[in-house]
Design a protein around this ligand. Sequence first.
Ligand code: SAM
Length: 466
Amino acid sequence: MNRKRFDENVSIDRDYILSLIDGAKNTTRQDIDRILEKATHKKGLDHAEIAALLEIKDPDQVQKLYEVSGRIKRDVYGNRIVLFAPLYISDYCVNNCVYCGYKCKNKFNRKRLTMDEIRREVEILEEMGHKRLALEAGEDPLNCPIDYVLEAINTIYDTYEKNGVIRRINVNIAATTVENYRALKDAQIGTYILFQETYDKPVYEKMHPNCLKGDYNYHLTAFDRAMEAGIDDVGAGVLFGLADPKFEVLGLMLHNEHLEKKYGVGFHTISVPRLRPAEGVSLETFPHLLDDDMFKKIVAIIRLAVPYTGMILSTREDEDMRKELIEYGISQISAGSCVGVGGYHESMVGENIGQFEMADDRKPIEVIDDLIDNGYIPSYCTACYRSGRTGEKFMNIAKSEKIHYMCKPNALTTLMEYAVDYGNEEFLEKAEQFVRDQADEIDREDIKKFTLDNIDKLKAGIRDLY
Ligand code: SAM
């Protein structure tokens, strides 16, 4: 078995990953069966085993992979799906990322929202029912400095619409310093999200020519600096389409392990964006585009490899793909998204330049309705982070699987709150029945009672219960 010694400093050993990929070429059916059986114990897999699963081709074994990942998904996450929306605050960017519509080479009128404009965007998001946002910005130390980002975070948390506030802001901004991460921590962000884009260094350098973001090691060590600053929920990802997807999955695993060993906790979430067409970006020029079949396998394999790490899927994927992947991997999805600065207001009144093209433009209420029809609990829950259950503390609870007793009632309560505040009579009736049916399935009387009592409290006007 191919093993690797632990290195205090994160390093993605390219030759080692290539040797894993190469070594997996001779994987047999028996190997796969054994690894799938091991995965059912939810203790994760080693590098060579992950590399072997990436070789699965036989349709029966692919099916078995989905069955096992589906079972793990249900054991760990129940039938809950967390919902959020992105909020783009600035598209100024000094970088020239080959794949991105915001590259500085693209000439268009760049925008940075004023605090009033941020308030207007947030009010629209709140009117849709959102409680969790992912704040997004291009990298530009002059036009989008950290002080502006911090002010934006304060403005968002302070913006009230008649039904409430945004309760959690995850932040996806460029790699930065320990000092800036400390300031983000003090501003009470949820997860700090940063995609490595690609773990393959030569490809990384090619994809980021002449730009601040071009320093592979600075980007790769961003989570170490965030952890040092006290941010213990970090969200990783790669942009599938840039390099060999097998390399990327193994890169993610090595990175995760480094954080686990050094800080006691790995990634809180993994996002799985696939490259989309964008302004000045044509997909034909990328030799590693990830097809649907391999993409699905990768989601399932990540679920097996890191059962307790949340997985995020955005509106880059269409409705059908999103529906399928929540069955065996994905635990969080965005809904009703705009991926342009000021996009929520502008989508009501006119045109907008997005960072890339989206594939699912359903409104949150449509997504929520559909999730309920398919037996999922749409959740706007933010309880863990607001109760201090983050980082290692969160992971320990998640691994004990007692988390269902917290997550299910809280998820059902946020769904009921949504239905009372945003649903019409028909939707409210349907959602309440669903919440009651789901509460009935809870096998602890006190938790069941808590959930059912919350229905009455919400109807009586009490909010934000957890
Ligand atoms: N500027 C920050 C940074 O450097 O990490 C935030 C990045 S951006 C707002 C969020 C993510 O969108 C990027 O990390 C990238 O993976 C993804 N992205 C960029 N162009 C894309 C495209 N054409 N298709 C799909 N995703 C894209």
